[in-house]
Design a protein around this ligand. Structure first.
Ligand SMILES: NC(=O)c1ccc[n+]([C@@H]2O[C@H](COP(=O)([O-])OP(=O)(O)OC[C@H]3O[C@@H](n4cnc5c(N)ncnc54)[C@H](OP(=O)(O)O)[C@@H]3O)[C@@H](O)[C@H]2O)c1
Length: 337
C-alpha cells in the first residue's frame, strides 16, 4: 500500500493565507485499476491562482496545482512506468490518476507527458516549459501581438510569467520596460535578461519613469498585477495599443467585498482606441506544444533564461506559497518534493 500525504484547505483564505488554513492529511492509496497510473511527485508548483481561486471551491478541498511526477506503476500503456508526466494533482507526494476519465481536458485536468526538454531541468515542466511559459507566450503573442521596434511594458516583470514575457518581447525585437518589487530584481532584469529598462515600483514614480523610458509611448502592456499601476501604464499608451490582462495579483489578498480602487481607464481606452483583453491560458491548451517547442528552442540557444526559486521539502510548501505571494521569488517559485 502506498501512503499519500496531501494538503487540504480547510478554511477559505482571508487576507494572506495562514498556515492553519491548511491541514496535511495522510491516506492510503488503493491498488491501481486498468486505466490508472500511480505517481510519485517530484516538483510542485506554487502559483498566484491558488490564492485567487480559493473562494470558488467549497471547503475542505484538496489544494490543486501543477506538478511533475514519476510514474511508479502504470495500467495505461501511454504512460509507462519510469516516464514523467505533468498533471494538476496539486500538493501531494503520491497520487493515482485515472487517465481515461473521458472528461475533456480543460487545463486543470490536463495530464500530459513531460515534453522532451532536451537536457533542460525537469522542473521547467511546471514553469517556463509548462503552464507558466504558455501563459507568457500566448498572452504576449496572441493578444499583444508585438511588432519589432514597438515598446512593451510588463508588470510582475521578475516573476515566473513576467520574466518570460519580457524575454520573448526582446526576441521579437521590441523595447522592453519592466516593473518589479525590489532593486535586486531590477538589476537582474536589466543586467541578466536584457530588459532595456526596469524599475522598482515600490520606490519609483511610475508616470515619471515611463515618460522618461518610453518617450514615444507604450504599444503593448502585459498586465500581471492590476490596480493603480496598470491605470498609470495604460494612460501612457499609443493609438491602437494592446493590453493583455493576465492577472491582478495586487488585489488577490484583498477583501472581495472591498477591493482596491484605481483611476478610470475609459478616457485612455476611447481616445487611444485600445484593445484590452483578459484571458485564461487554457484557451490555447491544444496549442501548448507549439509554445513549448519555441520556449525549449530559445532556452537551449541561451536567448531565454529560466531562473527558479526552489524551496526544498513537502513540509515547506506553505512557506513557498506565501513567500511567492509576498515577492520572495525571482523567476518561477517551485518546490522540490
Ligand atoms: N491568465 C492566466 O491564464 C494566468 C496564468 C498564470 C498566471 N497568471 C497571472 O500572472 C501573474 C503572475 O503570476 P506568476 O505565476 O508569474 O507569479 P510570480 O510573478 O512568479 O509571483 C508573484 C509575484 O507577484 C508580485 N506581487 C505580489 N504582490 C504584489 C502587488 N501588491 N503588486 C504588484 N506585484 C505584486 C511579487 O513580485 P514583486 O516583488 O515584483 O512584487 C511576486 O513575486 C499573476 O497575476 C497570476 O495570477 C495568469
Amino acid at each position: 500500500m502506498v501512503k499519500q500525504r496531501k494538503y487540504v484547505v480547510k478554511k477559505h483564505f482571508q487576507g494572506v493565507p495562514k498556515r492553519d488554513d491548511f491541514e496535511i492529511v495522510e491516506t492510503e492509496l488503493l491498488p491501481i485499476k486498468n486505466g490508472e497510473i500511480l505517481l510519485k511527485t517530484e516538483w510542485i508548483s506554487v502559483d498566484p491562482y491558488q490564492r485567487a481561486y480559493s473562494s470558488r471551491y467549497p471547503v475542505p478541498y484538496d489544494q490543486f496545482g501543477y506538478q511533475v511526477s514519476l510514474v511508479l506503476e502504470s495500467k495505461d500503456p501511454r504512460y509507462p512506468e519510469g516516464s514523467r508526466i505533468v498533471s494538476h494533482k496539486g500538493w501531494c507526494d503520491h497520487s493515482v490518476i485515472n487517465t481515461s476519465s473521458g472528461e475533456a481536458p480543460s487545463g486543470l485536468n490536463a495530464v500530459y507527458k513531460l515534453p522532451d526538454l532536451k537536457g533542460l531541468p525537469n522542473s521547467l515542466g511546471i514553469g517556463a516549459i509548462g503552464m507558466t511559459g504558455a501563459t507568457a507566450y500566448f498572452g504576449l503573442l496572441e493578444l499583444c501581438k508585438p511588432k519589432a521596434g514597438e515598446t512593451v511594458v510588463v508588470t510582475g516583470a521578475a516573476g515566473a510569467v513576467g520574466s518570460i514575457v519580457g524575454q520573448i518581447a526582446k526576441i521579437k525585437g521590441c523595447t522592453v520596460i519592466g516593473f518589479a518589487g525590489s532593486d535586486d530584481k531590477v538589476e537582474w532584469l536589466e543586467k541578466e535578461l536584457g530588459f532595456d529598462k526596469a524599475f522598482n515600483y515600490k520606490t519609483t514614480d511610475v508616470l515619471t519613469a515611463l515618460k522618461e523610458a518610453a518617450p514615444k509611448g507604450v504599444d503593448c502592456y502585459f498586465d500581471n498585477v492590476g490596480g493603480e499601476i496598470s491605470s498609470q501604464i495604460i494612460s501612457q499608451m499609443n493609438l491602437y495599443g494592446r493590453v493583455a490582462v493576465c492577472g491582478s495579483i495586487s488585489a488577490y489578498n484583498a477583501d472581495l467585498l472591498n477591493t482596491p480602487k484605481a483611476s478610470i481607464l475609459q478616457p485612455s481606452i476611447v481616445s487611444k482606441e485600445l484593445k484590452i483583453e483578459g484571458y485564461i491560458v487554457s484557451r490555447w491548451l491544444s496549442r501548448w506544444p507549439e509554445a513549448f517547442a519555441d520556449l525549449i528552442k530559445w532556452a537551449k540557444s541561451g536567448q531565454l533564461k529560466t531562473r527558479e526559486h526552489v524551496t526544498e521539502g513537502f513540509d515547506n510548501i506553505y512557506d513557498a506559497f506565501v513567500g511567492m505571494l509576498a515577492g520572495e521569488n525571482t523567476g518561477k517559485a517551485v518546490v522540490k518534493v
